[in-house]
Design a binder for this molecule. Structure first.
Ligand code: SF4
Length: 339
């Protein structure tokens, strides 16, 4: 493993995180040697290795196979998944075994109601593995990806790209892929439907006749396709971000709107009881990548034309579709669903 030492003498934080992740997974013992690349010292052993292999990122790993062939990894997670024996044990005992009967999701939800998000997530990942999808777009979603990665269990990440995102969203999307070693599956709207809508009404019809039609085409239909691949999905919904006071949001539920390939779909809402402040505490604590627009007063980030900065003064709901005065209940109005 090649780690970077900053000019200040401090170790690079990402390198420390990579080591911590490998230790948590019980795979650190398979790292034979740590070599340091000292910032601004091209003669340091790690810097020489970086030059030799043409690598500009830290940390990176050189893996030598039995046949002497060398492979370079710039993602610790990819190394862990592809090259190192999976010896990790769950760090915490789940409240229920992952193979507990699924006959009564409401009962499961009650059992998990007071559980930490990590435990709820672990339950979903142990049970559904790769068929459990984490929907990605916002800061809360990255918190969930960070937690999921720490379990060492399988899952997948997907996003619905409406075609109207801010550039900053694409930047963080790539950063998340790099940081966590995941490939984000991208679902796009149907090009013909978008063409028809734009041809008939122009690109910004939502300002005149409401966002439902555009959201159905650009968000809702691709999301339906994405979820058709899942047995369970993880949302970043929080009770405190929903419309109606006292809104009930179980931490586990049968999805009320969407169906998976086998006709059922479990929805996990591990952050249901968290507040926005707690989410940001986690982001700072764990150095989770987030969209730069949050630093510009955007409490939530959706499509560029339909999201605005409110500086936190009016909450998350006022930041989207603000020109629509009436509140119409429904899935398309919910925030924090990651799409
Ligand atoms: Fe269209 Fe706005 Fe909905 Fe995005 S949020 S799909 S731009 S109406």
């Amino acid at each position: 493993m090649v780690k970077k030492e900053l000019a200040s003498g401090e170790p690079c934080e990402k390198c420390a995180q990579a080591e911590a992740m490998l230790r948590r997974r019980g795979q650190w013992e398979h790292i034979d040697e740590v070599v340091w690349a000292v910032e601004r010292d091209p003669s340091s052993p790690g810097a020489r290795l970086a030059a030799r292999y043409g690598v500009t990122l830290a940390p990176f790993f050189v893996v030598r196979g039995d046949d002497g062939e060398e492979r370079i990894f710039t993602s610790a997670l990819r190394l862990a998944r592809e090259c190192l024996p999976a010896t990790a044990k769950p760090s915490r005992t789940p409240i229920l075994p992952a193979d507990a009967p699924e006959t009564d999701l409401a009962a499961l939800a009650r059992r998990y109601a007071g559980a930490a998000p990590e435990e709820i997530l672990r339950f979903g990942l142990e049970r559904y593995g790769e068929r459990c999808g984490i929907a990605f777009r916002g800061a809360e979603d990255v918190v969930l990806i960070d937690m999921a990665t720490r379990t060492g269990l399988s899952f997948h990440v997907f996003t619905v790209d409406t075609g109207r995102f801010h550039e900053e969203t694409y930047v963080v999307l790539e950063e998340v892929g790099r940081r966590y070693g995941v490939t984000v599956r991208t679902y796009l709207p149907d090009a013909e439907e978008v063409g028809n809508l734009v041809g008939r009404k122009g690109p910004n019809s939502f300002y005149r006749d409401g966002h439902e039609e555009c959201c159905r085409i650009r968000r809702f239909d691709p999301l339906r396709r994405a979820l058709h691949e899942c047995a369970a999905w993880v949302t970043a919904k929080r009770r405190d971000a929903q419309h109606e006071p006292g809104f009930e949001l179980p931490v586990l539920q049968q999805d009320p709107t969407f169906r998976g390939a086998d006709g059922h779909l479990v929805r996990l809402n591990p952050l249901a009881t968290w507040t926005r402040a707690r989410v940001w505490e986690y982001i700072r604590e764990h150095d989770v990548p987030y969209n730069a627009l949050h630093d510009c007063g955007y409490p939530t980030i959706g499509c560029q034309p339909c999201t605005r900065p409110t500086g936190g003064a009016h909450g998350e709901r006022a930041a989207r579709w603000w020109w629509e005065t009436s509140e119409i209940p429904g899935v398309l109005h919910e925030s924090g669903d990651g799409v």
